[in-house]
Design a protein around this ligand. Sequence first.
Ligand SMILES: O=P(O)(O)OC[C@H]1O[C@H](OP(=O)(O)OP(=O)(O)O)[C@H](O)[C@@H]1O
Ligand code: HPA
Ligand SMILES: [Mg+2]
Length: 186
Amino acid sequence: MRVDAKDMGADLKEVLITKEEIDAKLVELAAKIDAEYAGKDLLIVGVLKGAVMVMADLARALSTPVTMDWMAVSSYGAGTQSSGVVRILKDLDTDIKGRHVLIVEDIIDSGLTLSWLLSNLGSREPESLKVCTLLRKPDAAKVAIDVEWVGFDIPNEFVVGYGLDYAEKYRNLPFVGTLAPHVYGG
Ligand SMILES: O=P(O)(O)OC[C@H]1O[C@H](OP(=O)(O)OP(=O)(O)O)[C@H](O)[C@@H]1O
Ligand code: HPA
Ligand SMILES: [Mg+2]
């Protein structure tokens, strides 16, 4: 659902997904994840920095007891296009061999980050490895990835807020919105 941007400053074009819509979706996803992992020992892995907000809110919506770990990777730098080169900035603290692992992402755009992560973490022999992402851009996919839980499919536009940045800014907006073209020189 599209909502007109009001009082958000000149940098933003419009709100794509409101805080209320995000909250409701995370409760819905958490119920499905709870059902999948009932009685199992679950490790959720947040992909820094973008997934911080999703991890924090999804984890609190889950009834399943979880442990949490973080991986920091980056492929975007300060631009709006993935470089395709994924760098590990921080690895997991946990040995995931034999564990049920759920990767939590803010967005799947080209899919290059997640595809790399699935192969990297998959080689560590987890018992299971699944993915939950708040956002996905179907029209931007460069690799096909099977994702268990997706919050919202969105158009192929650069978005910010709720963890997502442009040049490290806008991560703390409570909603997901599009950026006015003048901000990134478009
Ligand atoms: O599907 P892709 O095209 O690979 O894009 C998705 C990835 O890009 C962003 O991370 P980024 O590398 O910008 O790091 P950040 O989370 O610290 O902003 C986002 O958080 C995802 O991890
Ligand atoms: O649309 C986006 N916005 C911010 N960060 C991103 N990383 C991948 N896609 C995006
Ligand atoms: Mg980023």
